[in-house]
Write a protein that binds this ligand. Structure first.
Ligand SMILES: Nc1nc2c(c(=O)[nH]1)N[C@H]1C(S)=C(S)[C@@H](COP(=O)(O)O)O[C@H]1N2
Ligand SMILES: [Mo]
Length: 197
């Protein structure tokens, strides 16, 4: 009896699949980058824009020498918070969960100065400039889940920069369709401008 058979016999065959998995060499699980952070970041984990292969970013005018790319696992590994804003699409409250945008910025090694601005860009080309101070004050999250489910590309996902508008009296006083202008769904790129203006 070899070692594997011995262990299987000792534990029962139900234990086999997980044992077989555990026996494989540790491979860093790597999914596609969902969010690429550029500008005033740390060392980064990828190199410059590839003008041949980074087609969508190139078409949308994104340029960088280095970037910090987050895959789904890296985003969901950060501490998540849940908010429950009324959404303009159906005028109903929904649970949105994900890391604080400021925590993500820290994870990318970004310079977080007083005058830092973030440019958030979505897959359809929609982009907004968000002062870091506002991201902090409004507790923006990078939502990965809506009502407990991951959000599809083609819907509001896979990532949505959003905040709990209902919890801020100035925003709650506005009609619901005027509360989310700074909230790109289908977010895929963030550019960090440190201490501008
Ligand atoms: N990706 C993306 N996010 C977006 C927009 C958009 O056009 N594309 N519009 C913004 C604006 S101006 C508002 S008021 C709300 C609702 O716009 P929508 O109906 O286009 O989603 O989402 C914001 N987020
Ligand atoms: Mo809007």
């Amino acid at each position: 009896m070899n070692k594997r058979e011995f262990i299987a016999a000792a534990l029962g065959s139900a234990a086999l699949p997980s044992l077989a998995l555990a026996a494989q060499p540790a491979m860093p699980a790597r999914g596609p980058a969902l969010l690429t952070v550029t500008g005033a970041i740390g060392k980064g984990n990828r190199g410059a824009l590839d003008p041949a292969l980074d087609q969508m970013m190139k078409k949308q005018g994104v340029r960088f020498d280095k970037a910090h790319a987050f895959d789904y696992a890296a985003l969901t590994a950060l501490p998540a918070i849940e908010i429950r804003p009324t959404l303009e699409y159906d005028a109903k409250p929904h649970a949105l969960r994900g890391p604080l945008l400021t925590e993500m910025m820290k994870a990318s090694g970004a310079a977080l100065g007083e005058g830092t601005k973030l440019v958030l860009r979505a897959i359809d080309g929609y982009a907004v400039s968000l002062p870091l101070a506002d991201a902090r004050e409004r507790r923006f999250i990078v939502a990965t889940h809506l009502d407990g489910q991951p959000m599809p590309l083609g819907g509001l996902g896979p990532l949505w920069a959003v905040y709990d508008a209902d919890r801020f009296p100035d925003m709650a006083a506005k009609p619901v369709n005027e509360r989310f202008g700074l909230c790109p769904w289908g977010l895929y790129h963030m550019d960090v401008h440190s201490d501008v203006g």
